[in-house]
Design a protein around this ligand. Structure first.
Ligand SMILES: Nc1ncnc2c1ncn2[C@@H]1O[C@H](COP(=O)(O)OP(=O)(O)OP(=O)(O)O)[C@@H](O)[C@H]1O
Ligand SMILES: [Mg+2]
Length: 260
């Protein structure tokens, strides 16, 4: 069982697309997957055909239970999706107020880790789709994860988000005493642009050891897949973008296996 956090302190770099595409490939391989949407905007929740306004139990319920010192009920916060082998713990719009409401309350950093430990036996993989900003939800994700995937859009400004993310990781590593392994994944690579190549080379130079040495290409079919509310690897397994995520998955699985 592996818990993957997908995070970057920058918006629009393909975090949600990466989480859903890796997960979809796993379900094609008959693996049982839980998707956890930690972003108050709920793109993942919407993509998987749930609503962030609905009253269903989800991530917010867990934090409310923890704040009220009630026992957690993680199993009730998980719902089957239309896609075989894929369950969802949905986001709720109310998550946006979580930092203001609970941020300073002690003991809130491990709520998700505790909840997931009760669900582990049911799944082969769990994906935590993070919001683009540092807060109690991202802290929870990093504390619960076994491996971090950091999608980085291959354009100039994207490196700043990566630097912020790595500083956060280092800070948390110091306070917890254990370093979370991570893989940087170049995304939205457009081979017609100078910026994509420049950024990729920059990543190779500065982060070679943690860099996935390939990239996810721009593929407009991702937008169509999100419009149709289906994961692209299930809709069009042969699409360029789908195949790239299949290769990424193979490499990530090898890496996790190699490091226990
Ligand atoms: N490889 C790709 N090719 C083309 N479009 C892509 C690709 N990956 C992602 N996109 C598109 O880019 C946009 C941002 O992707 P996504 O929502 O996955 O990013 P995110 O990092 O989760 O964003 P946010 O920070 O808002 O949560 C979406 O419209 C998505 O369809
Ligand atoms: Mg997202």
């Amino acid at each position: 069982m592996t818990i993957w956090a997908v995070a970057n302190q920058k918006g629009g770099v393909a975090k949600t697309t990466t989480a859903i595409s890796l997960a979809a490939h796993l379900t094609r391989r008959s693996q049982r997957v839980l998707m956890v949407d930690l972003d108050p905007h709920g793109s993942l929740t919407t993509w998987l055909r749930f609503s962030v306004e609905a009253e269903q139990a989800g991530v917010l319920s867990l934090f409310q239970q923890a704040a009220e010192k009630q026992p957690l009920s993680p199993a009730a916060c998980v719902h089957a999706t239309d896609f075989e082998g894929m369950d969802l713990m949905p986001a709720h719009a109310g998550l946006a107020a979580l930092d203001r409401r609970l941020g300073n309350q002690p003991g809130m950093g491990k709520v998700l880790a505790h909840a997931l430990s009760a669900l582990k036996s049911r799944y082969d993989h769990i994906f935590l789709d993070c919001p683009p900003m540092l807060g109690v939800l991202m802290i929870n994700a990093l504390a619960a994860a076994d491996h971090l995937v950091v999608p980085v859009q291959t354009e100039y400004l994207a490196l700043k988000g990566l630097e912020r993310m790595l500083r956060t990781l280092e800070m948390l590593g110091q306070s917890s005493g254990k370093a979370l392994p991570y893989t940087i994944v170049p995304t939205l690579y457009d081979k017609r642009t100078r910026a994509s190549l420049d950024t990729f080379q920059r990543l190779q130079k500065d982060h070679g050891e943690h860099l996935w040495p390939r990239f996810i290409p721009v593929d407009t079919r991702f937008r169509e897949a999100s419009r149709q509310r289906k994961p692209l690897p299930l809709m069009q397994p042969g699409a360029r973008g789908s195949m790239a995520y299949g290769v990424l998955l193979d490499d990530l699985l090898k890496e996790v296996e190699a490091h226990g």
